[in-house]
Design a protein around this ligand. Structure first.
Ligand code: HEM
Length: 508
């Protein structure tokens, strides 16, 4: 049918596929960025592909990202793209289970809990969690200094949840993490998979476990709120307290249930993203001994107290040293946890010619240019659009020949500028002024109204974890550098992903 049907010139080119319902799921699922690249070479930067009953139009390149992420609310909608996955996990009345204007208010409430004051406290707490974890769970019994065959992702995952609970989630959650909370998290997380995304309702035991865990976790947070209210002690000035003190524009306060669900959303949104990034950090430094040494030397250069000969404790204000920041930026360029972001089209939506135009396509052949000159496509209501910042972040047409090379130093080069990152001004979506910046070729935290709210926290968490590991250890990769595992919601390093940590003989 595809071969004989005349193509509607107002629709983007349709990717050829053999199996009607499954569509391109196999090629996309196995290697999404490779699939997008192949399609782009055949069809240009804007094309539609069928995926398990949905029609998705990818708009590649920075202009394509901007089209999706800064699209008009009347046209593009995140709730309808994500709610079937997120609401059973986060719970109702928050994030994608509410109209956009309510989410914008909820993001503003969360911002009240992300204060500089709190970040200052967090650095020491995170450092202590890393040290405790390494000595309890990583260094082998007997030596207490060496850890052969340590799984980088499992280590990072556990450190991430312990550090997030010791800080953002509050001390009651951290205390319960050693007991029941870890299992609840595990069961809830079992409902946050591509299977749940594609088939939101299946009579599977993992779905029932997810629903039970969601209820219990909500009850747990509500019981913390109740205990805090009944207590005569001053409450910690943490996220829970910040949320308790907020009210909507209507004058209504957040209910305990909504607070519980926002806390769950923060836990889930931050866990996989930061854990995957931390794992890539461990692996990249295991692979590159020179970079590891230079990061250690940077700690000495910036933090050595000459009098005592000891490294000063890490502090929020001085945490972001140049190479450490460049390293984290490069991790998120090469290994963005979310390489693609989706929206549902709720009103027929024109794609500006500039997004799909030959001028947006550096690889275009002459015939492609001729065919598409001045093209303006329309994406009909009910279909989906996909921005792929992770694709642009390693595009040679944008970054040059070494686009796919891991090179933290690129961020330190004089005059280095992210392609497309012109100052486009700021926009206030109701939760703080943020730079519009959707046309940038570097968007690991997204752009526009749905831009990540946890960027600063993630930087503090990752920076402190990496600096602490580097100060205390050296480590090597036990095998070749791992590829990507795309079978989870967030791109993770594929197994094996093992390293051997060795505690420094002399920790300064
Ligand atoms: C949204 C990336 C950590 C909370 C997003 C989006 C991206 C992203 C790309 C945009 C999604 C979209 O437009 O569809 C990351 C990365 C992280 C990280 C790379 C770490 C390295 C965190 C943390 C938190 C968090 C630690 C919580 C403290 C959120 C929330 C949203 C979001 C609540 C939804 C915002 C909305 O739809 O309006 N994140 N994130 N993230 N992130 Fe993060």
């Amino acid at each position: 049918w595809q071969l004989i049907a005349p193509r509607d010139p107002r629709r983007p080119p349709l990717v050829f596929h053999y199996v009607p319902v499954i569509g391109c799921a196999v090629s996309y699922g196995m290697d999404p960025l490779g699939f997008l690249d192949e399609c782009r070479r055949k069809y240009g930067p804007v094309f539609t592909y069928p995926l398990l009953g949905r029609k998705i139009t990818a708009t590649l390149g920075p202009l394509g990202s901007n089209f999706v992420l800064n699209g008009k609310l009347a046209h593009v909608n995140a709730e309808e793209a994500y709610t079937h996955l997120t609401t059973p996990v986060f719970g109702t009345e928050v994030v994608y289970d509410v109209p956009n204007h309510v989410l914008m208010e909820q993001k503003k409430f969360v911002k009240f809990g992300l204060t500089t004051e709190n970040f200052r406290r967090y650095v020491g707490l995170i450092r202590q969690e890393v040290l405790d974890y390494m000595s309890k769970h990583v260094y082998a019994e007997g030596t207490k200094t060496v850890s052969p065959g340590t799984d980088a992702f499992e280590t990072s995952s556990e450190i991430t949840i312990l550090t997030a609970s010791a800080t953002l989630q509050g001390r009651e959650v951290r205390a319960a993490m050693d007991k029941s909370f870890a299992q609840l998290y595990h069961d809830l997380d079992g409902g946050f998979t591509p299977l749940n995304f594609v088939f939101p309702k299946l009579p599977l035991p993992s779905y029932r476990r997810r629903d039970r865990a969601q209820l219990k976790m909500r009850e747990f947070y509500i019981s913390i709120l109740e205990k805090r209210r009944a207590s005569t002690e001053e409450p910690d000035l943490d996220m829970l307290t910040a949320l308790q003190n907020q009210e909507y524009k209507t004058g209504e306060p957040l209910t305990d249930k909504q607070i519980a669900h926002i806390m769950i959303a923060l836990l889930m949104a931050g866990q996989h993203t930061s854990a995957a990034t931390g794992a890539w950090a461990i692996l990249r430094l295991g692979e590159n001994q020179d970079l590891q040494r230079r990061l250690y030397e940077e700690q000495l250069e910036y933090h050595l107290d000459k009098e005592s000969g000891k490294l000063r404790p890490l502090e929020y204000e001085t945490l972001s040293t140049p190479l450490l920041s460049a390293f984290i930026k490069e991790l998120l360029r090469m290994h963005p946890p979310l390489h693609s972001l989706m929206r549902k089209i709720i009103l027929d939506c024109p794609v500006p010619a500039s997004v799909g135009a030959p001028s947006a396509e550096p690889h275009a052949s002459e015939s492609f240019k001729k065919r598409n000159e001045g093209a303006e496509y329309v994406i009909p209501k009910g279909e989906y659009v996909l921005a792929a910042p992770g694709y642009s972040q390693v595009d040679e047409g944008i970054w040059g020949k070494d686009a796919k090379e891991f090179r933290a130093g690129r961020w330190l080069e004089e005059g280095n500028k992210v392609p497309g990152e012109e100052d486009e001004g700021e926009e206030d979506y109701g939760w703080g002024k943020i730079s519009k910046g959707g046309k940038s070729a570097y968007l690991p935290f997204g752009a526009g109204r749905h831009r990540c709210i946890g960027e600063q926290f993630a930087n503090v968490q990752l920076g402190t974890i990496i600096a602490t590991l580097v100060r205390e250890n050296t480590w090597t990769l036990d095998q070749d550098f791992p590829g990507n595992d795309y079978t989870t919601m967030i791109v993770m390093p594929a197994k094996p992903r093992k390293v051997t940590f060795k505690r420094r003989e002399k920790v300064l």
